[in-house]
Ligand binder design. Sequence first.
Ligand SMILES: [Zn+2]
Length: 347
Amino acid sequence: MRATLMYGAGDVRVENVPDPVIKHPTDALVRITASCVCGSDLHPYGQMKPQDGPARMGHEFIGVVEDTGPEVTTVKRGDLVVAPFAISDNTCVFCREGLHTSCSHPQANFWDGEPEEGGQAEAVRVPLADGTLVKLPVAPDSALVPSLLTLSDVFGTGYHAAVSGGVNERTGVTVIGDGAVGLLAVLSAKRLGAEQIILMGRHRARTDLGREFGATDVVPARGEEGIAAVRDLTGGQGTHVVLEAVGHMPAYEQAVGILRPGGVISRVGVPQYEEAPIGFGSLFRHNLRLAGGPAPVRAHIEELMPDILDGAIDPGKVFDATTDLDGVPAAYQDMADRKSLKVLIKP
Ligand SMILES: [Zn+2]
């Protein structure tokens, strides 16, 4: 079958690889019908060293179950399923607490940690199929597929940011980042009732979609200028909750700068740093808190899916381009160049 491999920064290839096979009785084989490129794929695309490759790529997909191991009970051949970006058993102590990205099962993993599997491919072996996969009540060619595909990562991640930050109808929210996760963090904050939602982003087409998703204000400025603009919009007090969907240090510093006393930074952008200001002059002085992490999107799929199925929300609007597998290398480059927001792949 054909699959996407990254050989190093800027070097993505689609090649023939061995077909996946059932290895464990809890595995399922899935023929992928919809996948996509993630903003987090752009981190290795920008900086991966050749000695770390080639790596199979893709951690968001929908597909049809082709085969199951003898212990799989919740999905069967022919089912359309969505997979979260993390493999989990959905039964361990952490999964039961809604923290599937910390699943304690030995086979729990991120797709990006499975060297022989990936979602940007024709097929995939899914470990712990009962815990990982969620059946979708639509056909593979349903118009709802793009929105349902966002349940595998970007919508669940934006939602996790909002939930981790404690967003509710009494909070003012600022979202940093106008990528797919940032825009769906806006949609999530709206869904949780936030009154004011300030979106910090510089790309007009994206921030327009952010307004459609519920942003009440848009701040294109960054750094000190952006911080001043958010303070102006919040009566000089700052914002209750920052949903940080970028992952670079300037975004963290911006988040610290725009928080009001007692506020929370909820990070879902994968931090590209290990050290950051947390002391008296940054977090401590005004009781600021730091939250977030890899989103346990599996915990949110059943909760978010009904609003997609009944058309109340359309998170799939973050997809602004579609390609087949041959177009995947160009899709990476288009997303890196900010020509595309998020590319849907139909293998
Ligand atoms: Zn678990």
